[in-house]
Design a binder for this molecule. Structure first.
Ligand code: CP
Length: 318
């Protein structure tokens, strides 16, 4: 499989998605065996271009590049010449002239990563680290890897996504990935004001009440309220939001006993999730972060053409 850019999940074929998950698993296993530094990207240069805030994605992309022995540049956008009005394309062309190979782009505008990809020099790859409400493909990959580590067979699963689906690039990318992996049932729950109009495109069922939505599910993915993307009043108050849509230990008892709880982060504790659930035994939120490192190593290795040994295919289990 060749892959030059990773801009979204919908452009992937199921076999490509599974190959990326398998590669991430291999790299995770190699890292855990003590091979902290692999020479797969020696001589390559990776640039992190984050026009929007990030803790997890930016740090794991930086660590992933470093673990693969690439040179890494973290452009501080606020103090770069972008702040003096230099355009996105001029910024990219300037960095290309320094023989950079890979740009990791986060931007508040939907479509920004594709815009970079359409104008990139032939030797350059683009990875989307989150663009507006549109797509967050590596988050979806790390979410699928985390689910697969705990549950194995997607066709048997009931997965529930709760909260601000309308503004969430994570939800959009997760829907696409769950669809590619032929997940048994995908449900959503949240205020109608925070639901997109096209849920049926993905065969998703909408539940207005969390107590009904969570009944008998295997996986719950809680979403952050994205205040920075809301223009106008979508909610009466955060206190009421937690009352109706916050995940509590009491509500979690209605899910399957081995249900896992996920959140892409950053979390608003007491708004979308209670602290005892976020830190409780069913939470896999920290595992998601660890898997982010493995997934980002896998994606970088793939687009830059590094040869990573494959573990035995898990396709049969999917
Ligand atoms: N999940 C996620 O994208 O987190 P950051 O915004 O911290 O990168």
């Amino acid at each position: 499989m060749t892959l030059r850019h990773l801009l979204d999940i919908e452009s992937l074929k199921p076999a490509q998605l599974i190959e990326l998950l398998d590669t991430a698993e291999t790299l995770r296993e190699l890292s855990e065996r003590g091979s902290r530094k692999l020479p797969l990207l020696r001589g390559k240069t990776v640039v992190n271009l984050f026009f929007e805030a990030s803790t997890r994605t930016r740090t794991t992309f930086e660590l992933a590049a470093s673990r693969l022995s690439a040179d890494v540049v973290n452009l501080d956008v606020a103090s770069s010449s972008a702040s003096k009005g230099e355009s996105l394309l001029d910024t990219m062309a300037t960095l290309e002239a320094m023989h950079c190979d890979l740009f990791v782009v986060r931007h508040q505008a939907s479509g920004a990563a594709r815009f970079f990809a359409e104008h990139a020099a032939p030797h350059v790859s683009i990875l989307n680290a989150g663009d507006g409400r549109n797509s967050h493909p590596t988050q979806a990959l790390l979410d699928m890897l985390t689910i697969r580590q705990h549950k194995h067979d997607f066709s048997e699963l009931k997965v529930l996504i709760v909260g601000d689906v309308l503004h969430s690039r994570v939800a959009r990318s997760d829907f696409q990935a769950l669809n590619l992996l032929r997940t048994g049932e995908v449900r959503v729950c949240g205020p109608m004001t925070l639901m997109p109009p096209n849920l049926t495109d993905f065969g998703i069922s909408y539940f207005p009440k969390l107590s009904d939505a969570i009944s008998d599910v295997d996986v719950v993915i809680m979403l952050r309220l994205q205040r920075e993307r809301m223009k106008g009043a979508f909610l009466p108050s955060e206190r009421e939001y937690f009352h109706y849509y916050g995940l509590t230990a009491e509500l979690l008892k209605r899910a399957k006993p081995d249900c896992i709880v996920m959140h892409p982060g950053p979390m608003n504790r007491g708004v979308e999730i209670a602290s005892d659930v976020a830190d409780g035994p069913q939470s896999v939120i920290r595992a998601q972060v660890s898997n982010g490192l493995a997934v980002r190593m896998a994606v970088m290795a793939k687009v830059l053409g590094a040869q990573v040994p494959q573990v035995s295919s898990r396709q049969a289990a999917l």
